[in-house]
Design a protein around this ligand. Structure first.
Ligand SMILES: Nc1ncnc2c1ncn2[C@@H]1O[C@H](COP(=O)(O)OP(=O)(O)O)[C@@H](O)[C@H]1O
Ligand SMILES: [Mg+2]
Length: 251
């Protein structure tokens, strides 16, 4: 039997867990979060492989076939057919580009190869291009990527930064956001600070608002801390801290 997972299923599963939350121990909640992250990663892996290896390959084959037809086509082909061929070529190129964008959104492609700071900088650059009215400033220790963090930790940090940035774009009405990434073998300290409207925090997670909750779950799954709070004098600050449990503090 094949298990099917969809976004709605994940959401109602998560809602159930939230309702049961207060009765559960911290250890159980951490295990649940890790389980959810694993389901998410499996789902992402399966969707990306379908997009990349199947749909992507089929579209590439369509593109080659189209090119071959163009090469074989007689030079005196009627002009309406020739212009439809041009439009078809544009649609194929557009579809390939859209697949590439979806893949980049699903899995940060540079994370494992190039490290966290490089990937984050790349993400910020593309956000900046999409939102020219927002000034995005990035600080990372120059040697940040000399330390390689466990894949799950790097992934969680990246995804938390991405959500925080999405929130700035979506809600803050800010003119500037400063992203600071500090870290060494002992841990990671990431902050995203904007100068926008600020945030009113209620203690209850509101229905359908899963971004901040998702950040908390990602953090919990890798034993990190995350906090979203109002910033002084204005705006909002998100801080994510991961402490390497394998590094013993100096005595
Ligand atoms: N940087 C921010 N500035 C202002 N408000 C924010 C910011 N980040 C989050 N919020 C507020 O917190 C709410 C919850 O955020 P989130 O959980 O990510 O849900 P969503 O983005 O889907 O609304 C948002 O709806 C918004 O009102
Ligand atoms: Mg959000």
């Amino acid at each position: 039997m094949k298990t099917q997972i969809n976004a709605q299923g994940l959401r109602s599963w998560k809602d159930d867990q939230l309702q049961q939350g207060p009765g559960k121990s911290n250890g159980q909640l951490i295990a649940l979060s890790r389980g959810l992250m694993r389901v998410e990663q499996d789902l992402i892996r399966s969707v990306s492989s379908t997009l990349h290896d199947h749909l992507g390959q089929t579209l590439t084959a369509i593109s080659f076939t189209h090119q071959a037809i163009l090469n074989l086509q007689a030079s005196d082909v009627p002009s309406d057919i020739a212009s439809l061929q041009v439009v078809l070529g544009q649609y194929i190129a557009q579809a390939l580009l859209e697949i590439r964008h979806v893949l980049m959104d699903l899995v940060p492609p540079l994370l494992e190869d190039n490290g966290l700071a490089f990937s984050l900088e790349n993400e910020l650059r593309s956000r900046g291009l999409q939102n020219p009215e927002l000034e995005i400033v990035f600080f990372a220790k120059p040697d940040f990527d000399e330390v390689r963090y466990p894949t799950q930790v790097a992934y969680a940090t990246f995804m938390v930064a991405r959500e925080a940035l999405q929130n700035v774009v979506k809600h803050a009405n800010a003119t500037q956001v400063v992203v600071t990434l500090e870290g060494d073998a002992k841990g990671i300290d990431l902050t995203v600070v904007d100068n926008g409207n600020g945030i009113l925090l209620s203690n209850e997670p509101s229905h359908g608002r899963l971004g901040i909750l998702g950040m908390q779950e990602r953090a919990m799954a890798v034993n990190a801390l995350v906090k979203v709070s109002p910033n002084e004098p204005s705006g909002c600050v998100m801080r994510f801290q991961w402490f390497n449990q394998l590094e013993t503090p100096a005595s």
